[in-house]
Design a protein around this ligand. Structure first.
Ligand code: ADP
Ligand code: MN
Ligand code: MN
Ligand code: MN
Length: 338
């Protein structure tokens, strides 16, 4: 028998962007518990915009678990929020999404690190050097000292928790960073983004730094933050072909408004046609084109195979990866592979 620390994690009822919430309970287990061994739990939904005070209990249903590398016998328990009758709560956007393990997603999460209400590297009441040398920058004047430390510790935490973190880079604006998460299937990839966000925010508490996910926190000539969604289906990877690709792009174009609706709030502030984006009301694709809605990697068009993965550059940093991946799968599902 050993005591385990179970940190339950869920998304609250705030709109349009849910907050992460967490609380922990200690439990005894004979052996290390698997997901099936982790009990359902409850919380006061009236404090999270998920219930009225008179009937405030919401249910936490464990749906994925990860070892917590910061604790002995610690487990991070990602949950869906359910109503007492067992049906999904309206704020639960994970239940009912489209999923397919053969569809792979790679999300590039961009974010700003903020201290004292301004991004790292911004002097009080003023501006640092204009954008230019920050992207993948090296040296104190470009990336300061705390940003890389946070990004590096976060990478180590994710890997130790079994999250498929694939890499880091300093981004175009001062104080802006990116990490990439890859997963097979919507749920796997999106769960890992949410837990990676959780680990980042919890880590930043120690540095008295806040993570700003808004897609355009700075006005003026500063890049916004995206969460590019790279995706590939079994068919795209193994068969591909130009005809199928063009049909797929037609379907994406027809569904432009539906995609934008699922891609995170305030995206009109970011998708302006400037700063490596396409305008929010236009759809375009282009080989290696960072000003397109969908960037087609060189590897995709190599030898005219039109095979591999595509990058939808429109999802933003505050977007819900469940809804983003599900929308992409929905459009893919409208296109015949024959
Ligand atoms: P860039 O910044 O040039 O857009 P990144 O290296 O940051 O590129 O991100 C590329 C992403 O593409 C990674 O998240 C990676 O996991 C993802 N990716 C690579 N191959 C595939 C694939 N076959 N299917 C889905 N995603 C993929
Ligand atoms: Mn990237
Ligand atoms: Mn980027
Ligand atoms: Mn990208």
């Amino acid at each position: 028998m050993a005591k385990y620390r179970l940190d339950y994690i869920w998304l609250d009822g705030y709109e349009p962007v849910a907050n992460l919430r967490t609380k922990c309970q200690m439990k005894d287990f004979d052996n290390e518990p698997t997901l099936a061994d982790l009990p359902e739990w409850g919380f006061d939904g009236s404090s999270t915009l998920q219930a009225e005070g008179g009937s405030s209990d919401c249910i936490l249903k464990p749906v994925a678990s990860y070892p917590d590398p910061t604790r002995e016998n610690g487990i991070l328990v990602l949950c869906e929020v359910m109503n007492p009758d067992g049906t999904p709560h309206p704020s639960n956007h994970r239940a009912g999404i489209l999923d397919d393990e053969g569809t792979w997603f790679g999300f590039e999460q961009e974010y700003f690190l903020m201290q004292g209400g301004r991004p790292l590297g911004f002097p009080e009441g003023g501006y640092p050097e204009p954008q230019g040398e920050y992207y993948c920058g090296v040296g104190f004047k470009n990336v300061g000292s705390i940003g890389r430390e946070i990004a590096d510790i976060h990478l180590d935490l994710c890997i130790a928790a079994g999250i498929n973190h694939e890499g880091i880079n300093a981004e175009v604006a001062s104080g802006q960073w990116e990490f990439q998460i890859f997963g097979k299937g919507s749920k796997r990839a999106a769960d890992q983004i949410w837990v990676a966000r959780f680990l980042l925010q919890r880590l930043c508490e120690e540095f008295e730094v806040d993570v700003e996910y808004h897609c355009k926190p700075l006005k003026g000539d500063w890049n916004g933050s995206g969460m590019h969604a790279n995706f590939s289906t079994e068919h795209m990877r193994s068969t591909g072909g130009k005809d199928y690709f063009l049909k797929l792009m037609d379907a994406f174009e027809k569904n432009t408004a539906e995609h934008i609706a699922a891609y995170g709030p305030d995206n009109h502030l970011r998708l302006t046609g400037l700063h490596e984006t396409q305008s929010i009301d236009k759809f375009s694709w282009g080989v290696a084109d960072r000003g397109a809605s969908i960037r087609v990697p060189h590897s995709f068009v190599k030898e005219d195979a039109y095979k591999g993965y595509l990058e939808d550059r429109r999802p933003n940093s505050q977007g819900d990866p469940y809804q983003i991946a599900s929308r992409i799968l929905k459009t893919i599902g409208e296109v015949a592979t024959a």
